[in-house]
Design a protein around this ligand. Structure first.
Ligand SMILES: *Cc1c(COP(=O)(O)O)cnc(C)c1O
Length: 458
């Protein structure tokens, strides 16, 4: 690669001339110019000016084992030399997706023993929707096709992903969603709990919104409920403890399938392999992607529960669905090496027993008291900081989103990469973070909050 021959300014000009970015206002981008990240090592990324930034977002929720892992580069290199590609259509396959499928069945909840591959979370959710509807058709109930989802859900950016998701801005540009998907309130107590309502009662009420939607449609018309165990892109919204057991009970009562989107929570983020295990719930499908390869290769795996898989096998007939890169041998080789690292280094136990609890304490003791912080919350290595103008009333600053964006800009300038969603700051760092890394992050975030408060209260 010869990009080193170009100056930052040249690269930015070429970028502006030819490259449309995801989720970007391109007019804005032209004015500001893009930040060019050129290398990374361990928990840090470096931009073209050599500035070191602590990556509080693990890339985009995916680089769980951190940067600079030679084992993953070597796994890709060896596989590319031996067999760079072959498909899994027409009764063929290659060794690495086979071995990865067995490995996933081993670490997944006991009822999940089958895997369908794609290259992204959006694709995997498309597969999930098609599979669930196909399942009910095979069971002789094709009209049982409605899906219940939630406002603020993020399930990807294809037409299916956007339709399943509950992001109003995205729906606004859809001009025709996939039919028969309805959205209910999310379990977001910070904004939606009534004054004086306990967390427990709020969780039960938010779950009841799902049951109400099932009853309204008629259970015979409802295929499944889909949800992220912890809403990620929607702002790390963590449900009260009462919510998921209620959801499980309601789904079973009405014979509605439970689809979990673990594209973020999968592969250790909450302190177990999957959040289904952290929350003690049993799903019919689990969508995974991102950290499956720690982002070193694009790969998704839809974990399919025994109920759906056995109908698929028993009833037979072709399921007319698949991608050229389903079970890509290189991506699967990298995934195997990635899961090996997570296991050998005990990263998940570390999140559960050490860094997860340490992060929760650090946020509570060092940041929760800050003048513009309304709430901190976390589960495993996933956290949110609510930015407010008034701590007591939880009143937000004017110009929704501007306050958190101000914090974010100061954070990045101070060497701390984090994201702002509305007026919520979020963190989802690599699982290799230590207590010392968490200390460094809290110090940098604290400084960013101070600087932002000064700006915002001017
Ligand atoms: C990122 C994400 C997706 C979409 O994954 P892509 O690989 O970007 O298509 C789906 N669901 C959740 C929960 C995600 O965080």
């Amino acid at each position: 690669m010869t990009y080193q021959n170009y100056s930052l300014k040249q690269l930015q000009e070429i970028d502006a001339a030819h490259h449309l970015h995801p989720f970007t206002d391109h007019k804005d981008l032209r004015d500001a110019g893009s930040r060019m990240i050129t290398r990374a090592e361990g928990p840090f990324v470096y931009d073209s000016e050599g500035k070191q930034i602590l990556d509080g977002m693990a890339g985009l929720w995916c680089v769980n084992v951190g940067y600079g892992r030679n084992e993953l580069a070597e796994a890709a290199y060896a596989q590319m030399k031996e067999l760079p590609y072959y498909n899994s259509f027409f009764k063929c396959t290659t060794p690495t997706p086979v071995l990865l499928a067995r490995k996933l069945a081993e670490i997944a909840p006991a009822n999940m023993n089958q895997v369908f591959y794609g290259s992204s979370g959006s694709e995997a959710n498309d597969t999930a929707l098609r599979l669930v509807r196909h399942y009910w058709a095979l069971e002789g109930k094709p009209q049982k096709n409605r899906i219940i989802s939630r406002n603020w859900a993020y399930h990807g950016s294809t037409i299916t992903g956007t339709s399943l998701g509950g992001m109003s801005a995205m729906h606004g540009q859809l001009n025709g969603a996939v039919p028969n998907i309805v959205h209910v309130m999310p379990p977001y107590a910070f904004e939606l709990a009534n004054p004086g309502e306990s967390d427990h009662d709020f969780g039960v009420r938010a779950a009841k919104a799902v049951e109400d939607a099932i009853l309204e449609a008629g259970a015979d018309n409802v295929a499944a409920f889909i949800g992220e165990p912890v809403m990620g892109a929607g702002g790390v919204k963590i449900a009260p403890d009462s919510y998921w057991p209620e959801i499980q009970r309601i789904c079973r009562k009405h014979d509605v399938l439970l689809m979990l989107d673990e594209v973020i929570t999968g592969y250790g983020r909450t302190g177990e392999w999957f959040a289904a295990q952290t929350l003690g719930i049993e799903a019919d499908t689990i969508t995974t992607a991102k950290a499956l390869t720690s982002g070193y290769q694009p790969l998704s795996a839809l974990l399919v529960g025994d109920r759906i898989a056995s109908t698929l096998v028993e009833k037979g007939g072709e399921f007319y669905h698949g991608y050229t890169y389903s079970g890509h041998p290189v991506a699967c080789a990298v995934a195997l090496a990635n899961l090996d690292i997570i296991e050998k280094e005990g990263l998940i136990d570390r999140v559960r027993d050490e860094t997860g609890p340490y992060l929760a304490r650090a946020l509570a003791e060092r940041l929760a008291g800050h003048g513009i912080v309304g709430e901190v919350r976390s589960i495993g290595l996933m956290a949110a900081i609510e930015i407010v103008k008034d701590k007591a009333s939880r009143e937000r600053f004017e110009n929704g989103g501007l306050a958190a964006a101000t914090v974010r800009d100061h954070a990045i300038a101070g060497g701390m990469m984090m994201r702002a969603v509305g007026d919520t700051m979020i963190l989802s760092p690599p699982l290799i973070w230590t207590k010392e890394t968490i200390d460094m992050a809290c110090e940098r975030i604290g400084k960013a909050l101070d600087l932002a408060e000064r700006d915002l209260r001017k």
